[in-house]
Design a protein around this ligand. Structure first.
Ligand SMILES: *[C@@H]1O[C@H](CO)[C@@H](O)[C@H](O)[C@H]1NC(C)=O
Ligand SMILES: *[C@@H]1O[C@H](CO)[C@@H](O)[C@H](O)[C@H]1NC(C)=O
Ligand SMILES: *[C@@H]1O[C@H](CO)[C@@H](O)[C@H](O)[C@H]1NC(C)=O
Ligand SMILES: *[C@@H]1O[C@H](CO)[C@@H](O)[C@H](O)[C@H]1NC(C)=O
Ligand SMILES: [Zn+2]
Length: 964
């Protein structure tokens, strides 16, 4: 699945918010996904419900039957499927949307067996002579007769017992007919409803990954069970059918007296079931010349295509495909590349081979309406999904425990592909903010987990779903980036080439990748202290990462497992004792980059000793997945250098120094005031990455203190730091009349405005309120620049009253553009009027006003506002029963709401309230539907942090701002 897919929409929106810098009344209203995650790793909603381990798999006694195991036996191997599906886009007499179908699977017997196990889930199978299937032998021999067939629900099998065994080496064919529900549950073959011009429309689409192909037709539903698929779809006149391969000419057929279209597709390449896709819709497309070597088409709602919203994707897809063909040195394996944008799909994409499915915000770009952050999202998600066409689809992980091979890899190279498509963006640097530092917070907890698990630990569909997390995607990307850096990008891509060549149409594990990278390393004569595999095992087979401490007076260098909470206890042992082979890089005053392998817990290296007034900064461009601490002298010299001439330190490292210092402070390794001192140079800084890092880290300070007497001094300090930045952008944009040319400047302009407005910089408020007024005076013309919309809306609503709020609400109701609706929804939570916030909370319970799927985020947005937070907390508790009953567990995420509401909790009183609420909820639900414990833990940690830091912070802030 694509970037953004595994995270809930809140988080996806937050990611966008983080990149687009959508900020509100306080600095960084943004909930830092990373922080949220670090405190609540087990709490984030996954697609699956609570673990439903089958009774059989935990049964203490008795021999297990083959159908009690989640994994298929190795007796049979599929060769080809011939599937016909007919989705009904109107409900039947029972008001049910269904699909019917039949399927023939040809398989080879590998090991003699009298049992056929094939996955089937939630399908009603037709009986023939009392059996759910028909069995034939190919090449004219007689097939064994059926003895008994049934559906084994817990492990999702169709079980076929035979009277005689199947013979190894022979081919057989199993035929089934079935009816399934075309439900709106987003799994298998499902339907999606949306409105266009007030008309309800239905799309039939698929989401097979990871284990839902078995909901569409009986199949050997494991990634290593690759086969060829012949697909036929029957669909209404006026619709088009799409699948992985190119279609033959559609024909008209009559079914039950009604005329339908039947579309068959060319056979697919040999591929995994989870990459299949079928779609029936009435969309339009734009495409390349049909005679091109690879046909590229972008599909979307007719209107979106007419408005040119697919043009950007079409323009960039060709470039990105060309980049990957060159990078992998392997041609694109298919004849066509369809990419389709579905309304209401969420934030990401799914890399079905030849038919990639996206949410509209991940594929469509609307010039003038979309911001540059949204544009970057489109470029990187497309790049991620296209990277999978080789890595993941052509060569696939053998089992889900190695999902990181697919996802970490695609996440890493998506930045390379996007960089090729948009060379002016510096997008390769942004991986540090988007993936690396955010996943470090997750991985710095005692309950993180290794990137790669053992195969036998990941068995049930629920366990498989849980693997789709930020460790798999972002840490996977981070360690591959580190590897690619120490063996060089050229050698890395040479290794990939031979790997793809050897394993095309096949499956692999980690070792196979390490083997090919090692071959490339040996060929290039690169010296490593250990083999690629031995080095990388430290990073993928144990959780966490080290903090490397460098003493520049003695040259001593040490490593230690970095944990954000110094009191946390790691009770999972590691075969490597939480030690890593660390590629330490550094630069010194005026010097070039140097490298040293830290192979033990501690070592001494004379190169690290500093003379005179030199400074040293380690982990150049943050290519290594570790944090760095120094002796006090070097910290002081870094501060001095940042203040006197920050540009001598590379921009990524300026961000890294800030982020390391704040995280080390959180872990109580350095003083919190040291971290704050890393921000004193910002009054001369104009680059995005250091500012963004500071903003995200300071967000926590605001959460803890924005209701306390520290708020004033904090505001004064931020105002002092951000004022020069605000004026810098005022000049750069010729008094706000032009857009900055540089992509990252566009981001930082948003930071400048939002931080200046929220800290009370004169003229900022007039600026944003003025722009908003102009729009209010002429609602048909919105001249606010797309990048700045979020921050302008939010600040204008915060500064305004009922008129501004009501206007924004009207605009929210009238807009047909999803991203615009989202920005307004967020901005509406920025008001400082308690009654408007309360009214907004009320709206959340009225589906006519706020769609069910938006309710969770609205609550969370309101709670981010310091005035809204107590109101939302009271409101949720008062209406809890109603919310549970009306919204149930499907459409809103109670865990993420509670998480959002309690983010600021940092007093004993709040702790008690939360405890009490937990008890009430548990009494009612009988069990803890929402895991409260991580939130209680976080509150405790906040209480301790505030007690420890309030006084020193207050003293420091006042010393910085006295006299202004
Ligand atoms: C697939 O099945 C259809 C009938 O449903 C048949 O016409 C077609 O020839 C079959 N294709 C293959 C490759 O077996
Ligand atoms: C499958 O069969 C069950 C039991 O007869 C029935 O309730 C259900 O509606 C059927 N599903 C479909 C999609 O027809
Ligand atoms: C199929 O039927 C539709 C309308 O019923 C007609 O417009 C179309 O030309 C027919 N296509 C073929 C290939 O016969
Ligand atoms: C897949 O790879 C394995 C080695 O891991 C090899 O034995 C097998 O022959 C390959 N299969 C195909 C179809 O290439
Ligand atoms: Zn992916």
């Amino acid at each position: 699945m694509g970037r953004g897919f595994y995270i809930s929409k809140t988080v996806a929106v937050t990611c966008l918010v983080a990149t687009a810098g959508v900020l509100a009344t306080i600095i960084g209203l943004t909930v830092l996904y990373a922080q949220e995650r670090s405190k609540n790793a087990e709490l984030l909603p996954t697609t699956a419900g609570p673990s439903t381990t089958s009774a059989a798999s935990t049964a203490p006694s008795g021999p297990k039957e083959p159908w009690d195991y989640y994994r298929l036996p190795e007796t049979l191997s599929p060769v080809l499927y011939n599937i016909t599906l007919w989705p009904r886009l109107t409900p039947n007499a029972d008001d049910l949307y269904i699909f019917t179908g039949h399927s023939r699977v040809v398989f080879r017997c590998v090991i003699e067996t009298d049992l056929i196990l094939i996955h089937a889930n939630q399908l009603n199978l037709t009986k023939f002579d009392g059996f759910y299937a028909k069995l034939n032998s190919l090449y004219g021999e007689a097939a064994p007769t059926l003895k008994k067939t049934w559906l084994e629900v817990p492990t999702q099998y169709l079980v076929v017992q035979l009277n005689d065994p199947l013979q190894p080496g022979r081919f057989y064919e199993l035929y089934t007919e079935f009816v399934g529900e075309l439900s709106d549950d987003f799994g298998g073959f499902y339907r999606m409803e949306y409105f266009e011009d007030n008309v309800k429309k239905i799309v039939a689409s698929t989401q097979m990954q990871p284990t839902d192909a078995r909901k569409a037709f009986p199949c050997f539903d494991e990634p290593a069970m690759k086969a060829i698929f012949h697909v036929t779809l029957i669909h209404p006149q006026g619709t088009v059918a799409l699948s992985n391969a190119i279609n033959y000419d559609p024909v008209n057929i009559t079914m039950n007296g009604e005329s339908f279209i039947q579309t068959s597709f060319e056979p697919t390449e040999i591929m995994s079931t989870y990459l299949l896709a079928f779609i029936v819709c009435d969309f339009a497309y734009i495409g390349t010349n049909p005679d091109a070597a690879v046909l590229i088409r972008i599909w979307a709602r007719r209107k979106a295509i007419e408005e040119g919203q697919g043009n950007y994707a079409l323009e960039k897809t060709g470039l990105i495909l060309a980049f990957f063909e060159n990078y992998y040195n392997t041609s694109y394996p298919l004849k066509k590349s369809d990419q389709i944008a579905l309304p209401a799909f969420g934030a990401g994409g799914m890399e079905n081979w030849g038919l990639i499915i996206y949410g509209e915000t991940a594929l469509l770009y609307n010039p003038g309406v979309s911001s540059n952050g949204e544009k970057e999202w489109v470029a990187t998600v497309i790049s991620h999904e296209l990277a999978h066409m080789w890595f993941g689809n052509l060569v696939t992980m053998r089992w889900w425990n190695d999902l990181w091979l697919n996802e970490g890899f695609a996440t890493y190279v998506s930045y390379l592909g996007a960089d090729y498509a948009e060379p002016d963006w510096n997008v390769k640097d942004l991986i540090v903010l988007n993936e690396i530092v955010s996943v470090m917070s997750v991985d710095a907890t005692a309950y993180s987990h290794p990137i790669s698990s053992k195969e036998e630990e990941i068995l049930s569909p629920d366990q498989i779903n849980e693997v789709f997390d930020s460790i798999t995607y972002s840490k996977g990307a981070a360690v591959l980036r580190m590897l690619s850096d120490f063996i060089t990008e050229t050698v890395f891509s040479k290794g990939l080439h031979t790997y793809l060549e050897e394993f095309a149409y096949n499956t692999t594990g980690n070792k196979d990748l390490w083997k090919h990278l090692q071959m490339a390393v040996d060929k290039a004569g690169i010296a490593l202290p250990h083999s690629v595999e031995v080095i990388m095992n430290r990073w993928i087979l144990q959780m966490g990462f080290p903090v490397v401490t460098i003493n520049t007076q003695t040259g001593k260098i040490t490593q230690e497992h970095f944990l954000l909470d110094p009191e946390s206890v790691v009770d999972t042992p590691s075969q490597f004792n939480y030690e890593w082979f660390v590629p330490v890089t550094w630069i010194k005053t005026g010097g070039s980059e140097q490298q040293y392998w830290l192979l033990n817990k501690e070592a001494t290296n004379a190169e690290l000793v500093l003379g005179g007034s030199d400074w040293l900064v380690a982990n150049v461009n943050m290519t290594g997945f570790y944090r760095v601490n120094y002796d006090e002298t070097n910290w002081e010299r870094l501060i001095a250098k940042l203040i006197s001439n920050h540009q001598e330190i590379p921009v990524i490292n300026r961000a890294q120094i800030i982020d390391d210092a704040f995280n080390l402070a959180k872990a109580k390794i350095v003083e919190t005031t040291l971290a704050l001192r890393m921000t004193t140079f910002l009054n001369k800084e104009v680059e995005y990455m250091p500012w963004e890092t500071a903003k995200r880290n300071l967000n926590y300070f605001f959460l803890m203190f924005d209701r306390s007497e520290l708020y004033g001094p904090m505001q004064a300090y931020i105002k002092k730091q951000v004022t020069p930045l605000f004026h810098y952008f005022q000049n750069l944009t010729v008094n706000w009349t032009k857009m900055p040319a540089k992509h990252t400047d566009q981001y930082n302009q948003i930071n400048a405005i939002s931080m200046a407005c929220s800290s009370g910089v004169e003229s900022c408020r007039e600026l944003t309120s003025g722009w908003f007024k102009e729009w209010m005076n002429n609602p048909a013309v919105n001249n606010i620049n797309a990048n700045l919309k979020s921050t302008v809306y939010c600040n204008a609503i915060a500064a305004g009253g009922k008129a501004e709020w009501d206007f924004a609400w009207e605009m929210h109701r009238n807009t047909t553009i999803a991203s615009e609706a989202e920005k307004l929804m967020l901005a509406l939570s920025c008001t400082k009027e308690p009654w408007l916030l309360n009214r907004y909370l009320q709206y959340c319970l009225d589906p006519e006003k706020i769609r069910k799927q938006d309710v969770s985020y609205t609550f969370i947005y309101i709670a981010r506002n310091p005035i809204g937070q107590p109101l939302a907390w009271d409101f949720i508790r008062a209406n809890w029963d109603y919310i549970i009953n009306e919204y149930g567990r499907g459409s809103i995420s109670l865990a993420s709401i509670i998480n959002g509401l309690t983010e600021r909790f940092s007093t004993e009183y709040e702790y008690k309230q939360l405890e009490q609420f937990k008890e009430e909820v548990q009494a009612k639900l009988g069990s803890a539907d929402v895991t409260f414990d991580p939130m209680l833990e976080r509150t405790k940690a906040n209480i301790n942090w505030v007690a420890l830091n309030k006084k020193p912070l207050s003293d420091w802030l006042i010393s910085q701002t006295s006299g202004i």
